[in-house]
Write a protein that binds this ligand. Structure first.
Ligand code: ATP
Ligand code: MG
Length: 745
């Protein structure tokens, strides 16, 4: 017993020792960690404080708010005016766009006022002292950051000195000027050059200073900060329904959330401007396709790089760019927002909303020019892309990942086919992009309304570069659309993209090229217009299963003049695509709509995606139609034909009638096959040409109700054996005789 007590006491002593010393050890471990974390945090804070930023812009904006009341009144009046104007014209869309324009006007006046007021406040004390107190820090930061770019090295190869400029709002202390100069000299001598050092004063900078080596600028000025402020405020997109209060609140929020700091960028200068094109110098390291920004906030894209100048297209309002305007690199390749949030929207080629439904929040962007998927990344076209149009699905079938050209004269129903194809994608999970190039605004709005009416807008984006848009907008529109479609393809989904139309796109590109002074070739188009369309259409693809199996199907549209498909642009695009749907103006005028010319239309890969059943019924149709065309050509002038010929002509006419179809009435595959089967079996002989469509619809209805076995065959889409054909024919005859009886009754 005593033994037991001793052992307990021993145990307790041991435990006490462990607790006292162990706790110390554990604590020391934790303390060590805490110290280390603390040190790391301190260090991080130190580096953060080493990146110098400008003093905050004073928040004394309260005294401009009464002023803004005026603006507010103006904005509301403007919107009201727009409303009245619109009600006179009775178009809702004009109302929205006018309202938006007026609000945008009022807003830009308000931004002017805010920026001007900020400039006044920063030009005064105490801001000026605050900024002077930081000058030494800025100089140290410049010395730390200063770099020689490849562009500078290239420049030095041809010149022995590089321009280095220090511009400040006020005279700087000599020590700062010398320190920066010495650093530049040391750096340039390393690569065998020397600086030509200029020190300037420019009161318009308001405060701080700007240092420029070659084309690179390190900017610590208040003027730049205000510029960023303006850009930030202007970048906030307008919603059409915004009222003046919300607008002002939004702008003030913009000021509050603006971050300070300095900017580093490459600078250039506009040499000359003409018709939306400008030539610039400077910008040493610029790349093809890069985005630049002009002083006034306009943006452009580099399209030409020569040894001593850079050619660029200007997006939007180019009247504000003039020779001498400063340009800066933005540091990005031209790109557009992509993703789910663009569906249901009408956007311009830069991805900005045009439908007054507010800003589009896209989480991702894709470059507008993007290499097409490589050969190993692709798979053969094997899945059908139904358009719901009999004449196409039966005779020129399109597969997912195919490029099928729609070609024809003006007003032959080209757009209608594309729109029907989009409508037919409802419920298939296929996303659609309709790119309108050089079309009337009213046409695009009509298409949007149609798509909305048939519930197709939910999965569709319209990219719109109307006829009134600049050539540069029209030029990038299809590329922007392609980028949006590619996003879905890489997500493993299917996309259908319509380019309406590439003739106008070629014209826009010709305009740009001629303005850029490139030599013109056939029909004055530039030599690379083939490459332009080839690289666009190559981006349509069916990806292999390892790459997600997504696809982009492209339906480019080309307008011909008087049916001439051998002109330059049509032949180019015909040779790039995997087939064409040729629409015939004569057929169209005869009432054969859609006016697909069966003889001149082909689909080179799509038949692989057709169901066996459709292949079976349509091959017979194709032969019969060829025979009919031949005979019809011969017998056009003669009235005296023998009975056999008359029979062929009669059934041919009926078959052509079976290919007629109303707009906005896409048909599922099995119903198409059914009608074609019925017609080629002679079951529709008694049907008048104009009743053909209803006949097909009624037949399908009856078959579905009474003969589930035969319907199932059609739905399965497999090849029919002779026996099955006989059964199907019998079933159809039964349906027809029943129909006859009910009608007689
Ligand atoms: P544009 O050259 O002006 O772009 P387009 O070739 O795109 O013309 P659409 O605008 O599609 O032609 O159609 C021209 C006209 O033909 C429209 O008024 C349209 O309603 C009519 N149309 C097109 N397809 C059909 C059809 N299947 N049935 C009846 N009318 C049709
Ligand atoms: Mg059209």
């Amino acid at each position: 017993m005593l033994h037991f007590v001793y052992s307990i006491i021993n145990f307790l002593i041991l435990a006490a020792i462990l607790v006292v010393f162990g706790r110390k050890a554990v604590l020391s471990i934790f303390r060590g960690r805490r110290e280390r974390i603390g040190k790391a945090l301190d260090e991080a804070e130190e580096t953060a404080s080493r990146t110098v930023s400008l003093p905050e812009i004073p928040e004394a904006f309260s005294d401009i708010v009464p002023e803004s009341a005026k603006v507010e009144a103006e904005a509301i009046r403007a919107a009201a005016e727009a409303e009245v104007l619109a009600s006179q014209k009775r178009t809702e869309d004009t109302s929205l766009s006018l309202r938006r324009e007026m609000l945008a006007d009022a807003r830009s006046r308000l931004i002017d006022r805010i920026v001007a007021r900020a400039a006044e406040l920063t030009a005064e004390e105490p801001y000026q002292s605050a900024i002077r107190a930081k000058e030494a820090d800025y100089a140290a930061e410049i010395i730390r950051r200063m770099e020689i770019t490849p562009g500078d090295v290239a420049y030095l190869r041809h010149h022995d000195q590089l321009y280095v400029t220090l511009t400040s709002a006020h005279p700087l202390p000599q020590s700062i000027v010398d320190a920066i100069g010495a650093r530049a000299e040391a750096m340039l001598s390393e690569i065998g050059g020397k600086p030509s050092y200029w020190v300037k004063e420019d009161p318009s900078l308001i405060g701080g200073f700007r240092f420029r080596v070659g084309d690179t600028v390190y900017d610590f000025t208040v003027a730049d900060r205000l510029y960023q402020l303006r850009r930030d405020l202007e970048g906030r997109e307008l919603r059409g329904d915004e009222d003046a209060d919300a607008l002002i609140r939004d702008l003030f929020e913009g000021i509050a959330s603006m971050d300070g700091g300095i900017s580093e960028f490459q600078l250039g200068r506009v040499l000359s401007v003409s018709d939306g094109i400008c030539w610039m110098d400077g910008l040493a390291d610029i790349m093809y396709g890069e985005v630049v920004e002009f002083e006034g906030g306009e943006r452009g894209m580099v399209l030409d790089i020569e040894s001593d100048r850079i050619g660029c297209v200007i997006y939007g309002r180019y009247e504000r760019v003039e020779s001498g305007t400063k340009v800066r690199r933005v540091g990005q390749i031209a790109s557009v927002p992509v993703g789910e949030s663009l569906l249901g929207r009408v956007v311009d080629p830069l991805g900005a909303a045009l439908d007054g439904k507010g800003r589009i929040f896209a989480s991702e962007r894709r470059p507008i020019e993007c290499p097409a998927p490589s050969i190993p990344d692709r798979a053969a076209v094997s899945r059908p892309m139904h358009t719901g149009i009999r004449a196409i699905d039966a005779l020129v079938p399109i597969g997912k990942g195919q490029r099928e050209l729609i070609i024809g004269d003006r007003q032959t129903g080209k757009t209608s086919i594309a729109v029907d194809a989009i409508i037919n994608q409802k419920g298939t999970g296929t996303v659609c992009i309709y790119v309108a190039i050089g079309q009337k605004d009213s046409t695009v709005m009509e298409i949007r309304d149609r798509l909305t009416k048939y519930g197709a807008m939910d999965y569709t984006t319209i990219v719109c570069a109307p006829a009134s848009a600049s050539a540069s907008f029209q030029y990038i529109a299809p590329f922007a659309g392609a980028a949006m479609a590619e996003y879905f393809m890489h997500e493993g989904r299917d996309a259908l993209i319509v380019y309406d139309d590439l003739s106008k796109h070629a014209v826009a590109y010709r305009e740009l090229s001629l303005l850029l002074g490139r030599p013109s070739g056939r029909e004055a188009y530039p030599g690379d217009v083939f490459y332009l369309h080839a690289r666009l259409l190559e981006r349509a693809a069916q990806l292999s299963p390892e790459n997600g199996g997504g696809s982009v199907t492209a339906l480019p549209i080309i307008e011909t003049q008087a049916g001439d498909i051998s002109a330059y642009i049509p032949t180019n695009v015909i040779s790039i695509t995997d087939g064409q749907i040729f629409l015939d103006a004569d057929l169209f005028n005869e009432g054969q709509r859609p006016a697909v010319n069966v003889g001149l239309s082909v689909s080179r890969v799509g038949s692989a995606a057709q169901t066996k059943l459709m292949k079976q019924v349509s091959s017979r149709l194709r032969m019969d139609l060829a025979q009919y065309r031949e005979l019809a050509g011969f017998t056009q002038f003669g009235s005296d034909v023998d009975a056999a010929t008359r029979r062929v002509l009669e059934s041919g006419r009926r078959m052509m009638a079976a290919l007629r179809q109303r707009r906005f009435d896409p048909l599922p595959d099995w119903k198409q096959a059914l009608l074609i089967f019925a017609v080629s079996e002679g079951l529709a002989d008694g049907v008048a040409v104009e009743d053909m469509e209803d006949f097909g619809e009624k037949l399908a209805e009856r078959l579905e109700a009474k003969h589930p076995r035969e319907t199932a065959w059609l739905l399965a889409g497999g090849k029919l054996s002779n026996e099955e054909r006989g059964d199907l024919r019998a079933a159809l005859e039964e349906c027809l005789s029943e129909a006859g009886e009910t009608e007689a009754a």
